[in-house]
Ligand binder design. Structure first.
Ligand SMILES: Nc1nc2c(ncn2[C@@H]2O[C@H](COP(=O)(O)OP(=O)(O)OP(=O)(O)O)[C@@H](O)[C@H]2O)c(=O)[nH]1
Ligand SMILES: [Mg+2]
Length: 320
Protein backbone atom coordinates (compact mmCIF):
# COMPACT_ATOMS: atom_id res chain seq x y z
CA UNK A 1 0.00 0.00 0.00
CA UNK A 2 1.44 3.37 -0.99
CA UNK A 3 2.09 6.12 1.59
CA UNK A 4 0.99 8.81 -0.84
CA UNK A 5 -2.57 10.04 -0.28
CA UNK A 6 -4.71 9.87 -3.37
CA UNK A 7 -8.45 9.71 -4.00
CA UNK A 8 -9.69 6.18 -3.72
CA UNK A 9 -12.67 4.10 -2.81
CA UNK A 10 -15.16 1.33 -3.43
CA UNK A 11 -17.95 1.77 -5.94
CA UNK A 12 -20.78 -0.76 -5.96
CA UNK A 13 -22.67 -1.59 -9.17
CA UNK A 14 -26.22 -2.17 -8.02
CA UNK A 15 -29.46 -2.98 -9.80
CA UNK A 16 -31.96 -5.65 -10.72
CA UNK A 17 -30.72 -8.66 -12.76
CA UNK A 18 -29.83 -8.15 -16.43
CA UNK A 19 -29.39 -4.35 -16.40
CA UNK A 20 -25.74 -4.65 -17.54
CA UNK A 21 -23.70 -4.42 -14.30
CA UNK A 22 -21.15 -7.04 -15.29
CA UNK A 23 -20.91 -5.72 -18.85
CA UNK A 24 -20.13 -2.31 -17.36
CA UNK A 25 -17.50 -3.73 -14.99
CA UNK A 26 -15.72 -5.44 -17.89
CA UNK A 27 -15.83 -2.32 -20.05
CA UNK A 28 -14.52 -0.09 -17.24
CA UNK A 29 -11.60 -2.37 -16.42
CA UNK A 30 -10.96 -3.33 -20.04
CA UNK A 31 -10.76 -7.06 -19.26
CA UNK A 32 -13.44 -9.74 -19.04
CA UNK A 33 -13.56 -10.23 -15.27
CA UNK A 34 -17.24 -11.04 -14.88
CA UNK A 35 -19.34 -13.35 -16.99
CA UNK A 36 -22.38 -11.88 -18.73
CA UNK A 37 -25.42 -13.36 -20.43
CA UNK A 38 -28.89 -12.39 -21.64
CA UNK A 39 -30.33 -14.48 -18.77
CA UNK A 40 -31.11 -12.82 -15.43
CA UNK A 41 -29.21 -13.88 -12.28
CA UNK A 42 -25.96 -14.51 -14.12
CA UNK A 43 -23.74 -13.06 -11.39
CA UNK A 44 -23.80 -14.93 -8.08
CA UNK A 45 -20.92 -13.37 -6.18
CA UNK A 46 -19.33 -9.98 -5.82
CA UNK A 47 -16.51 -9.47 -8.33
CA UNK A 48 -13.96 -6.71 -7.82
CA UNK A 49 -12.49 -4.76 -10.72
CA UNK A 50 -9.82 -2.13 -10.12
CA UNK A 51 -8.77 0.90 -12.18
CA UNK A 52 -5.84 3.14 -11.38
CA UNK A 53 -4.42 6.40 -12.48
CA UNK A 54 -1.73 8.63 -10.96
CA UNK A 55 -4.10 10.31 -8.51
CA UNK A 56 -6.82 7.77 -7.91
CA UNK A 57 -7.80 4.16 -7.48
CA UNK A 58 -11.37 2.99 -8.00
CA UNK A 59 -12.42 -0.47 -6.86
CA UNK A 60 -15.67 -1.47 -8.53
CA UNK A 61 -17.85 -4.13 -6.90
CA UNK A 62 -20.00 -5.96 -9.42
CA UNK A 63 -22.92 -7.56 -7.59
CA UNK A 64 -25.70 -10.10 -8.12
CA UNK A 65 -28.99 -8.53 -9.19
CA UNK A 66 -31.55 -7.54 -6.54
CA UNK A 67 -34.58 -9.85 -6.83
CA UNK A 68 -37.11 -11.65 -4.62
CA UNK A 69 -35.18 -14.81 -3.68
CA UNK A 70 -36.81 -18.24 -3.82
CA UNK A 71 -33.82 -20.31 -2.73
CA UNK A 72 -31.07 -20.10 -0.15
CA UNK A 73 -28.66 -19.33 -3.01
CA UNK A 74 -30.93 -16.42 -4.00
CA UNK A 75 -30.89 -15.16 -0.43
CA UNK A 76 -27.09 -15.32 -0.44
CA UNK A 77 -26.99 -13.37 -3.71
CA UNK A 78 -29.25 -10.58 -2.47
CA UNK A 79 -27.33 -10.44 0.82
CA UNK A 80 -24.03 -10.16 -1.09
CA UNK A 81 -25.41 -7.25 -3.11
CA UNK A 82 -26.71 -5.54 0.04
CA UNK A 83 -23.33 -5.91 1.75
CA UNK A 84 -21.55 -4.45 -1.29
CA UNK A 85 -23.95 -1.51 -1.24
CA UNK A 86 -23.10 -0.96 2.44
CA UNK A 87 -19.34 -1.36 1.82
CA UNK A 88 -19.14 1.06 -1.10
CA UNK A 89 -18.26 4.74 -0.76
CA UNK A 90 -20.39 5.37 -3.82
CA UNK A 91 -23.20 3.32 -5.37
CA UNK A 92 -24.09 3.23 -9.04
CA UNK A 93 -27.77 2.34 -9.45
CA UNK A 94 -28.06 0.83 -12.92
CA UNK A 95 -31.38 0.97 -14.74
CA UNK A 96 -32.07 -0.61 -18.13
CA UNK A 97 -33.18 2.50 -20.02
CA UNK A 98 -34.59 0.46 -22.87
CA UNK A 99 -36.94 -1.48 -20.58
CA UNK A 100 -37.75 1.58 -18.45
CA UNK A 101 -38.84 3.65 -21.46
CA UNK A 102 -40.38 0.93 -23.63
CA UNK A 103 -44.09 0.45 -24.28
CA UNK A 104 -44.39 -2.08 -21.47
CA UNK A 105 -42.50 0.07 -18.97
CA UNK A 106 -43.80 0.27 -15.41
CA UNK A 107 -45.31 3.73 -14.81
CA UNK A 108 -43.27 5.06 -11.89
CA UNK A 109 -40.25 3.70 -10.05
CA UNK A 110 -40.58 -0.10 -9.76
CA UNK A 111 -40.41 -1.59 -6.27
CA UNK A 112 -36.95 -3.16 -6.73
CA UNK A 113 -35.36 0.21 -7.56
CA UNK A 114 -37.45 1.98 -4.90
CA UNK A 115 -36.22 -0.53 -2.29
CA UNK A 116 -32.60 -0.11 -3.35
CA UNK A 117 -32.93 3.67 -3.08
CA UNK A 118 -34.53 3.36 0.34
CA UNK A 119 -31.65 1.18 1.53
CA UNK A 120 -29.06 3.55 0.02
CA UNK A 121 -30.80 6.52 1.64
CA UNK A 122 -30.80 4.81 5.05
CA UNK A 123 -27.08 4.15 4.62
CA UNK A 124 -26.44 7.75 3.57
CA UNK A 125 -24.79 6.64 0.34
CA UNK A 126 -23.82 8.88 -2.51
CA UNK A 127 -25.68 7.40 -5.46
CA UNK A 128 -25.13 7.98 -9.17
CA UNK A 129 -28.08 6.97 -11.35
CA UNK A 130 -26.72 5.18 -14.42
CA UNK A 131 -29.17 4.81 -17.28
CA UNK A 132 -27.71 1.95 -19.30
CA UNK A 133 -28.36 0.55 -22.79
CA UNK A 134 -28.91 4.02 -24.29
CA UNK A 135 -27.74 2.57 -27.62
CA UNK A 136 -31.29 1.13 -27.70
CA UNK A 137 -33.19 4.29 -26.76
CA UNK A 138 -34.06 7.57 -28.47
CA UNK A 139 -32.57 10.45 -26.48
CA UNK A 140 -35.89 12.27 -25.91
CA UNK A 141 -37.23 9.26 -24.01
CA UNK A 142 -34.52 9.67 -21.36
CA UNK A 143 -35.66 13.06 -20.08
CA UNK A 144 -38.92 11.90 -18.42
CA UNK A 145 -37.05 8.92 -16.94
CA UNK A 146 -34.40 11.22 -15.46
CA UNK A 147 -37.11 13.52 -14.08
CA UNK A 148 -38.97 10.60 -12.52
CA UNK A 149 -35.90 9.35 -10.64
CA UNK A 150 -34.67 12.84 -9.74
CA UNK A 151 -38.02 13.54 -8.06
CA UNK A 152 -37.55 10.52 -5.77
CA UNK A 153 -33.90 10.75 -4.71
CA UNK A 154 -31.11 13.27 -4.43
CA UNK A 155 -28.63 11.68 -6.86
CA UNK A 156 -25.03 12.86 -6.92
CA UNK A 157 -25.24 12.65 -10.72
CA UNK A 158 -27.35 11.09 -13.47
CA UNK A 159 -25.35 9.59 -16.32
CA UNK A 160 -26.74 7.91 -19.44
CA UNK A 161 -24.35 5.27 -20.79
CA UNK A 162 -24.00 2.27 -23.02
CA UNK A 163 -21.89 -0.37 -21.31
CA UNK A 164 -21.85 -2.15 -24.65
CA UNK A 165 -20.42 0.66 -26.80
CA UNK A 166 -18.63 2.58 -24.02
CA UNK A 167 -20.68 5.71 -24.66
CA UNK A 168 -20.81 7.96 -21.56
CA UNK A 169 -18.15 6.08 -19.58
CA UNK A 170 -15.63 8.95 -19.57
CA UNK A 171 -18.20 11.17 -17.92
CA UNK A 172 -19.17 8.42 -15.49
CA UNK A 173 -15.55 7.96 -14.39
CA UNK A 174 -15.02 11.68 -13.95
CA UNK A 175 -18.20 11.94 -11.82
CA UNK A 176 -16.92 9.06 -9.67
CA UNK A 177 -13.47 10.66 -9.27
CA UNK A 178 -15.15 13.91 -8.22
CA UNK A 179 -16.95 12.08 -5.40
CA UNK A 180 -14.14 9.81 -4.19
CA UNK A 181 -12.81 10.47 -0.70
CA UNK A 182 -9.11 10.81 0.02
CA UNK A 183 -7.59 7.46 0.77
CA UNK A 184 -4.78 5.01 0.17
CA UNK A 185 -4.09 2.83 -2.84
CA UNK A 186 -5.79 -0.28 -1.48
CA UNK A 187 -4.31 -2.60 -4.12
CA UNK A 188 -0.91 -2.49 -5.85
CA UNK A 189 -1.02 -0.61 -9.17
CA UNK A 190 -2.07 -2.88 -12.03
CA UNK A 191 -4.02 -5.32 -9.87
CA UNK A 192 -7.18 -5.89 -11.86
CA UNK A 193 -9.25 -8.12 -9.60
CA UNK A 194 -9.29 -10.21 -6.44
CA UNK A 195 -10.45 -13.30 -8.32
CA UNK A 196 -8.11 -16.23 -8.75
CA UNK A 197 -7.57 -17.96 -12.09
CA UNK A 198 -9.48 -20.92 -10.63
CA UNK A 199 -12.51 -18.72 -9.87
CA UNK A 200 -12.38 -17.19 -13.33
CA UNK A 201 -12.17 -20.61 -15.01
CA UNK A 202 -15.16 -21.93 -13.05
CA UNK A 203 -17.13 -18.86 -14.11
CA UNK A 204 -16.13 -19.21 -17.77
CA UNK A 205 -17.47 -22.77 -17.74
CA UNK A 206 -20.70 -21.61 -16.06
CA UNK A 207 -21.02 -18.84 -18.67
CA UNK A 208 -21.20 -21.45 -21.44
CA UNK A 209 -23.88 -23.35 -19.53
CA UNK A 210 -25.87 -20.10 -19.31
CA UNK A 211 -25.46 -19.46 -23.01
CA UNK A 212 -26.09 -23.01 -24.27
CA UNK A 213 -28.87 -24.35 -22.05
CA UNK A 214 -32.34 -23.10 -21.22
CA UNK A 215 -35.24 -23.09 -18.75
CA UNK A 216 -34.25 -24.25 -15.25
CA UNK A 217 -30.85 -25.67 -16.18
CA UNK A 218 -28.65 -22.55 -16.08
CA UNK A 219 -30.12 -21.53 -12.70
CA UNK A 220 -29.59 -24.98 -11.25
CA UNK A 221 -25.98 -25.38 -12.39
CA UNK A 222 -22.81 -24.72 -10.44
CA UNK A 223 -19.18 -25.38 -11.33
CA UNK A 224 -16.39 -26.50 -9.06
CA UNK A 225 -12.77 -26.76 -10.15
CA UNK A 226 -11.46 -30.05 -8.73
CA UNK A 227 -7.89 -29.66 -9.92
CA UNK A 228 -5.88 -27.00 -11.68
CA UNK A 229 -2.34 -27.92 -12.66
CA UNK A 230 0.06 -25.77 -14.63
CA UNK A 231 2.86 -27.45 -16.53
CA UNK A 232 5.82 -25.14 -17.03
CA UNK A 233 8.45 -25.03 -19.75
CA UNK A 234 11.87 -26.04 -18.47
CA UNK A 235 13.49 -23.00 -20.07
CA UNK A 236 12.52 -19.54 -18.81
CA UNK A 237 11.03 -17.74 -21.81
CA UNK A 238 10.22 -14.18 -20.86
CA UNK A 239 12.77 -11.37 -20.53
CA UNK A 240 12.41 -11.20 -16.77
CA UNK A 241 13.29 -14.87 -16.44
CA UNK A 242 9.80 -16.00 -15.46
CA UNK A 243 9.02 -19.50 -16.62
CA UNK A 244 6.09 -19.51 -19.01
CA UNK A 245 3.30 -22.04 -18.72
CA UNK A 246 3.17 -24.63 -21.43
CA UNK A 247 -0.19 -26.11 -20.59
CA UNK A 248 -2.86 -25.94 -17.91
CA UNK A 249 -4.85 -29.04 -16.98
CA UNK A 250 -8.22 -28.43 -15.40
CA UNK A 251 -10.71 -30.92 -14.09
CA UNK A 252 -14.12 -29.50 -13.17
CA UNK A 253 -17.49 -30.77 -11.97
CA UNK A 254 -20.80 -29.32 -13.05
CA UNK A 255 -23.43 -29.81 -10.35
CA UNK A 256 -27.09 -29.90 -11.31
CA UNK A 257 -30.41 -30.41 -9.52
CA UNK A 258 -31.86 -33.52 -11.14
CA UNK A 259 -31.08 -36.61 -13.22
CA UNK A 260 -33.06 -35.16 -16.12
CA UNK A 261 -30.86 -32.05 -16.03
CA UNK A 262 -27.76 -34.22 -16.03
CA UNK A 263 -29.02 -35.90 -19.18
CA UNK A 264 -29.54 -32.55 -20.90
CA UNK A 265 -26.14 -31.22 -19.79
CA UNK A 266 -24.42 -34.31 -21.21
CA UNK A 267 -26.58 -34.36 -24.33
CA UNK A 268 -26.93 -36.91 -27.07
CA UNK A 269 -23.72 -38.99 -27.00
CA UNK A 270 -22.09 -36.30 -24.93
CA UNK A 271 -22.62 -33.57 -27.52
CA UNK A 272 -23.76 -30.83 -25.12
CA UNK A 273 -20.94 -31.41 -22.65
CA UNK A 274 -18.47 -31.43 -25.51
CA UNK A 275 -19.84 -28.14 -26.77
CA UNK A 276 -19.73 -26.52 -23.31
CA UNK A 277 -16.18 -27.82 -22.86
CA UNK A 278 -14.78 -26.69 -26.17
CA UNK A 279 -16.26 -23.19 -25.93
CA UNK A 280 -15.17 -22.77 -22.32
CA UNK A 281 -11.70 -24.02 -23.23
CA UNK A 282 -11.43 -21.32 -25.90
CA UNK A 283 -12.30 -18.64 -23.35
CA UNK A 284 -9.96 -20.10 -20.73
CA UNK A 285 -7.05 -20.27 -23.18
CA UNK A 286 -7.62 -16.65 -24.17
CA UNK A 287 -7.59 -15.67 -20.49
CA UNK A 288 -4.58 -17.76 -19.44
CA UNK A 289 -2.60 -17.19 -22.64
CA UNK A 290 -1.65 -20.86 -22.97
CA UNK A 291 -3.28 -24.10 -24.12
CA UNK A 292 -5.66 -25.79 -21.71
CA UNK A 293 -6.75 -29.38 -21.30
CA UNK A 294 -10.25 -29.28 -19.81
CA UNK A 295 -12.07 -32.27 -18.39
CA UNK A 296 -15.72 -31.90 -17.34
CA UNK A 297 -17.98 -34.20 -15.29
CA UNK A 298 -21.63 -33.76 -14.38
CA UNK A 299 -22.98 -34.72 -10.95
CA UNK A 300 -26.47 -34.49 -9.49
CA UNK A 301 -26.86 -32.79 -6.10
CA UNK A 302 -30.59 -32.61 -5.55
CA UNK A 303 -31.85 -29.20 -4.50
CA UNK A 304 -28.29 -27.99 -3.84
CA UNK A 305 -29.41 -24.36 -3.95
CA UNK A 306 -31.12 -24.91 -0.60
CA UNK A 307 -28.38 -27.02 1.03
CA UNK A 308 -26.10 -25.05 3.27
CA UNK A 309 -23.09 -27.40 3.21
CA UNK A 310 -22.95 -27.56 -0.58
CA UNK A 311 -23.45 -23.81 -0.90
CA UNK A 312 -20.55 -23.25 1.46
CA UNK A 313 -18.30 -25.65 -0.50
CA UNK A 314 -19.10 -23.76 -3.68
CA UNK A 315 -18.14 -20.47 -2.03
CA UNK A 316 -21.73 -19.26 -1.71
CA UNK A 317 -21.42 -18.66 2.04
CA UNK A 318 -24.73 -18.04 3.70
CA UNK A 319 -23.31 -16.59 6.88
CA UNK A 320 -25.89 -18.11 9.30
N1 LIG B 1 -27.79 -3.12 -26.09
C1 LIG B 1 -27.13 -3.19 -24.94
N2 LIG B 1 -27.09 -4.36 -24.28
C2 LIG B 1 -26.41 -4.39 -23.11
C3 LIG B 1 -25.76 -3.24 -22.57
N3 LIG B 1 -25.20 -3.59 -21.39
C4 LIG B 1 -25.49 -4.90 -21.20
N4 LIG B 1 -26.22 -5.38 -22.23
C5 LIG B 1 -26.73 -6.76 -22.39
O1 LIG B 1 -27.61 -7.03 -21.32
C6 LIG B 1 -27.53 -8.42 -20.94
C7 LIG B 1 -27.25 -8.52 -19.45
O2 LIG B 1 -25.95 -8.01 -19.18
P1 LIG B 1 -25.16 -8.38 -17.85
O3 LIG B 1 -23.97 -7.51 -17.82
O4 LIG B 1 -24.97 -9.86 -17.73
O5 LIG B 1 -26.23 -7.90 -16.77
P2 LIG B 1 -26.12 -7.94 -15.16
O6 LIG B 1 -26.77 -6.72 -14.64
O7 LIG B 1 -24.72 -8.19 -14.74
O8 LIG B 1 -27.04 -9.20 -14.83
P3 LIG B 1 -27.00 -10.17 -13.51
O9 LIG B 1 -25.61 -10.66 -13.33
O10 LIG B 1 -27.94 -11.27 -13.90
O11 LIG B 1 -27.51 -9.37 -12.36
C8 LIG B 1 -26.43 -9.03 -21.80
O12 LIG B 1 -27.04 -9.70 -22.88
C9 LIG B 1 -25.64 -7.82 -22.26
O13 LIG B 1 -24.99 -8.01 -23.50
C10 LIG B 1 -25.83 -2.02 -23.33
O14 LIG B 1 -25.29 -0.97 -22.96
N5 LIG B 1 -26.52 -2.06 -24.50
MG1 LIG C 1 -23.87 -9.70 -13.67
Amino acid sequence: MSEQTIHSGFVSLIGRPNVGKSTLLNKLVGVRLAITSPKPQTTRQVVRGIIDDENSQIIFLDTPGFHAPRTRLGEYMVQAATTALADGDIALLLVDAEKATGERAFPGIPSIEANILQKAGNMNKKVILVLNKVDRVVKEALLPLMALYASAFNFAAIVPISAKTGDGLDRLISEIRRLLPEGPRYYPVDSLTDQTERDLCAELIREQILLLTSEEIPYGAAVEIESFTALADDEPQSDDGVTERELVRISAVIYCNKDSHKGILIGNRGSMLKNIGSRARGQIEAMLGCPCYLELHVKVREDWRNRRGILRNLGYETGD
